[in-house]
Ligand binder design. Structure first.
Ligand code: PHE
Ligand code: NA
Length: 499
């Protein structure tokens, strides 16, 4: 008998996968990416990327996890012992992301409270940088910031507390509460936003297609980049989550549901965010294009401003917005941390409790770096480099190894087809064998070129080398270090027989 933990229900797995996919990227990344890359016209490259890379890769990862029944390192090792490092590399990328993702959630928690009395005053930007984060010069630590440290501890207590309880009673149960709560609050925000004065101008800015951009490669690269990040692909996450699926289960349909659910949330977020931006532009008498932003700036500088200008219910709207960020973040953070918890469990055959304590504890400890006065700068650089040279590169290497080196695609196809409603055909192989690697390869070359030509955000080179490049390289090295360690004798490296 296999004693691997399992999801309680199919809906439980889908909720957890959607919980991982729906994160900060949907809310604060997608709207600006779409706007910058052609507005309404962006939906064509975006849908194309979803159908030719996002969903095909999601199907591939679901199939790998479900078939090989292990954390990412164990699953790859079972496919071919030589490629265990690929799993550890992806796990290491997830580890790095966990350390700063947790900190952003901590900020969001603080801001949910600050919303109640609009604590940021008339100048949210200087409140964030000065009063709240007390930001130091790039590269300086400058001591802990208690206002971040306390919510950060709460974030880790919640996340690790859920992971201690296991897959079904912990992760699945938490997603069953968090996801519906997220959807309800989110709908409230979107409805409130589209009924504000000026919302129509915001929506028009968002949806008006700029067809002149559609032939530009940067637009297509942006679409693929967004889809990858947004679906949590090449982070070891989806392999880990699907390793807890039952022996017999639908794979392909689950991937389609997860992919479309994630995109629906992105579309709704685009509507909500741009309606709110339209309102803000109208209040200050400027054009919508002047207030568009993304990331930390959108959530912690622009949104506080919008919240302050609300005609009524500003505290409730603000709290709802930041609780949404918190919930979307927590369900993603759980999935990220689970990748290394599962990896440690498989490799060293320790109990879940120990794996959570060691893996989660270590991530929590490292995350303290981002709770210092240098936190914002470190976070910005680490995030940029890990996304461009971690995830995109890991995704590229993953498809090349699985499709062209291990030549696993036919096996995986047979496996998925044997238990799924939707049958995979030649289109699936075409997407994974050609379209995805070509686009990702192009993306990588372009990324490297841009970053050599010009320092990201004009940061000093020394700072970028060790908080950006070094982090990305360290993740690969860690992959090989972990592979060099011996598997515990209790771990079965042969593929567990299907029964
Ligand atoms: N997919 C998440 C989002 O859209 C991001 C994420 C990244 C989640 C890494 C887990 C791990 O925000
Ligand atoms: Na997402």
């Amino acid at each position: 008998m296999e004693n691997r933990p399992q999801w309680g229900t199919r809906a439980g797995f889908i909720l957890a996968a959607v919980g991982s996919a729906v994160g900060l990227g949907n809310i604060w990344r997608f709207p600006a990416v779409a706007y910058d890359n052609g507005g309404g016209a962006f939906f064509i490259p975006y849908l194309f990327a979803l159908l030719t890379a996002g969903i095909p890769l999601l199907i591939m990862e679901f199939t790998i996890g479900q078939k090989y029944r292990g954390s990412a390192p164990l699953s790859y090792a079972r496919m071919n012992k030589k490629y265990e490092w690929l799993g550890w590399w992806q796990v290491a990328i997830s580890f790095v992301i966990a350390t700063y993702y947790a900190v952003i959630i901590a900020w969001a928690m603080s801001y949910a409270l600050f919303s109640l009395n609009l604590k940021w005053g008339d100048d949210p930007t200087s409140f964030l940088v000065g009063e709240y984060l007390q930001v130091a010069n790039p590269g300086e630590f400058g001591g802990m910031v208690p206002g971040v440290l306390i919510p950060l501890i709460i974030v880790w207590v919640i996340t690790l507390g859920i992971l201690f309880k296991g897959v079904k009673k912990g992760i699945e149960a938490a997603n069953r509460i968090f996801i519906p709560a997220l959807i309800i609050l989110f709908l409230f925000i979107v409805v409130r936003a589209i009924t504000l004065d000026g919302a129509a101008a915001g929506l028009e800015a968002f949806f008006t297609p700029d067809w002149s951009q559609i032939a530009s490669p940067t637009v297509w690269v942006a679409a693929y980049g967004q889809i990858f990040f947004s679906l949590s692909i090449a982070f070891a996450i989806m392999i880990t989550y699907s390793s807890y699926l039952p022996r017999k289960t639908d794979i392909t349909n689950n991937a389609f549901i997860t992919g479309f659910a994630n995109s629906s949330v992105e579309l709704l977020a685009g509507i909500g965010v741009f309606a709110a931006l339209g309102f803000m532009a109208a209040q200050s008498g400027v054009d919508v294009s002047e207030v568009v932003s993304s990331g930390v700036g959108l959530a912690f500088m622009v949104f506080p401003q919008i919240i302050s200008e609300m005609p009524a219910l500003s505290g409730a709207f603000g709290a709802a917005f930041f609780i949404c960020l918190t919930l979307a973040g927590l369900t993603s953070l759980m999935s990220i941390v689970e990748t290394f918890v599962a990896g440690i469990e498989d490799k060293f055959k320790v109990s879940r409790t120990k794996a959570v304590l060691v893996g989660g504890g270590l991530a929590a400890l490292v995350s303290l770096v981002f709770a210092t006065r240098g936190g914002l700068n470190f976070l910005d650089a680490a995030d940029y480099f890990i996304n461009n040279f971690g995830v995109a590169l890991a995704g590229l290497v993953e498809v090349i190894i699985v499709v062209w080196v291990m030549r696993e695609l036919s096996n995986l196809q047979k496996h998925a087809n044997s238990m799924s409603d939707i049958q995979l055909g030649g289109w699936w192989k075409l997407c994974l064998g050609f379209i995805t690697p070509i686009v990702l390869g192009y993306m990588m070359i372009q990324n490297i070129y841009t970053n050599i030509k010009e320092n990201y955000e004009g940061y000093p080179t020394g700072f970028l080398i060790w908080s950006g490049w070094a982090v990305a390289v360290l993740a690969i090295i860690l992959g090989f270090v972990f592979m060099a360690l011996k598997w515990n004798k209790g771990t079965e490296l042969d593929v567990p027989e299907n029964k």
